[in-house]
Ligand binder design. Sequence first.
Ligand code: SAM
Length: 242
Amino acid sequence: MSTAAEHYEHHLGPIYVWMAGGAEAALQAGSAEIEALNLPVIRGAVVLDLGAGFGMHSIPLARRGARVTAIDSSTELLHTLTELRGDLPVHAVNDDLLEFHDHIAEAPSAILCMGDTITHLPDLRAVRNLVERASVELPPGGMFVVSFRDYTVPLTGAQRFVPVRSDDTRILTCFLEYEPSVVLVHDILHVRISDGWQTRVGHYPKLRLSPEKLTNCLQSNGFNVRREGGMGGMVRLVAQRV
Ligand SMILES: C[S@@+](CC[C@H](N)C(=O)[O-])C[C@H]1O[C@@H](n2cnc3c(N)ncnc32)[C@H](O)[C@@H]1O
């Protein structure tokens, strides 16, 4: 089994933008999500995007006037981000998102961890560390927004095969295998080659993080929490530092 970082390097990184529907459509979706969030972020405010990927939220935030630090462990996705950002103030940082405090020069107005990134952390202790560090770094009124999939109720039978995206040249399907604390995500990629199809398979673990548990953790670290529906059926927790 790969770690999340290895899986992105060898498997998902090269197809991630395609998987997200192409850069333009993904940035539009990210922009719609940022608009829906309506964060109280003034022009020039510092925002951290943890597990930023190719900038689906970082770039729309910067277009709204934020100065964004985008942290990700995938060099490939950060390379795409730097191509897409143009002149926008998005600073790309290649690091583990738990080390985000090393990249803060001034107090952030908001910290985002979107698109099911938090479930890539290795265990609940790492989730608690992230929340504690966000609580320390955010000033009163600062926002911490987390969107993720709720894998607590296992899918069964054919429901575990999830078609992700397909076109004439590639087909990506996920198979979900449930273990007590993680779900193993098997990515099955079929790539068209000259004389047929080539199959590439890899898997990595995602945490079965309960929205209630994360809400409690946020509350006990000094956040008021609002729960809402996020993109593509995700849970979104919008937490404000008291
Ligand atoms: C599902 S993608 C979401 C990307 C982006 N937030 C979005 O909504 O499109 C998860 C991202 O988190 C990154 N990632 C996973 N674990 C990480 C870690 N421990 N530190 C930094 N980045 C991480 C991956 O490289 C990937 O870009």
